[in-house]
Ligand binder design. Structure first.
Ligand SMILES: C[S@@+](CC[C@H](N)C(=O)[O-])C[C@H]1O[C@@H](n2cnc3c(N)ncnc32)[C@H](O)[C@@H]1O
Length: 255
């Protein structure tokens, strides 16, 4: 894949904050601009990856899941879910997806260096998950298995209400009982932090939601006993100090 080094990429900026090697000068310049306004951004990104690891570990160890489908995956570097899943169960399978063709192409290159056998990367608009659920990749990777872990992290706030409600309903209907979905999203506290709001909006439109607004779109998914709490402290519910952490909620849904 030919990379345009004159344009920053959101996934590579995050990779830089996570301590990865898949970023370029232009990405680091953007990262430093953001950090000037929001010094806690890198730490917050690292803590969100730690949340993903805790959530996935819970699903593998406590719920016995070893088939995962992930939406809006970004770049599979530094603590993305396949690392935690495969470390716990080497026979597990993970299908990543993203709406961005560049992210998908770059993600495939990264995976080709590491583990192409257990992990695939496909293009899909999370607002239309049927595209991925009926794909050859999912058929080949999951077979008939429908009891799965679904990743939907740092994604709900990128979808309008109608698409989010549709996606969650379609996933619920497709999945078998025992399936779980990992959800984390930007909440309404963001409006109190204009610098952060501006940074996030700079990457595209976002739709922050309160817990109640989010629950209204969750459909039949039920929230685990951990509730909806700041992602960086999940599964506990305790106060957080960082600005970015206050603006981020997470929960696990189950069928
Ligand atoms: C903030 S990153 C989240 C990465 C990862 N899920 C995580 O939790 O660290 C959001 C990703 O969602 C992708 N995205 C945005 N809108 C999307 C959509 N409608 N469908 C699928 N992916 C989308 C972006 O391209 C980006 O890679």
């Amino acid at each position: 894949m030919k990379i345009d080094l004159s344009k920053p990429d959101g996934g590579r900026v995050v990779d830089y904050w996570l301590g990865g090697h898949h970023n370029f000068l232009i990405d680091r310049q953007v990262a430093h601009q953001v950090e000037a306004a929001l010094p806690d951004m890198p730490e917050s990104q690292r803590m969100h990856r730690e949340f993903l690891k805790r959530a996935v570990t819970f699903l593998v160890k406590e719920k016995g899941l070893n088939r995962f489908i992930d939406f809006g995956s970004g770049l599979p570097t530094c603590g993305n879910i396949h690392e935690a899943v495969l470390a716990l169960d080497p026979s597990a399978r993970v299908v990543y997806s993203d709406i961005s063709p560049t992210t998908v192409a770059y993600g495939r290159e990264i995976l080709a260096i590491t583990n192409p056998h257990n992990v695939r990367y496909e293009q899909c608009d999370a607002g239309r998950p049927e595209e991925l659920l009926t794909s050859t990749a999912v058929r080949e990777m999951l077979g008939e298995e429908r009891r799965v872990g679904i990743g939907f992290s740092l994604l709900p706030h990128l979808l309008i209400d109608e698409d989010l409600a549709h996606a969650l309903k379609a996933l619920y209907e497709w999945a078998e009982e025992g399936s779980h979905i990992i959800l984390s999203f930007v909440n309404e506290q963001i409006y109190q932090h204009p610098d952060l709001f501006r940074v996030l909006k700079g990457r595209g439109e976002i739709f922050p939601r309160s817990k109640d607004e989010f629950l209204a779109l969750l459909g039949k998914w039920r929230v685990t006993e951990h509730g909806i709490v700041p992602a960086t402290v999940w599964p506990e519910d305790r106060p957080v100090t960082g600005i970015s952490d206050r603006c981020n909620c997470a929960c696990l849904g189950y069928k």
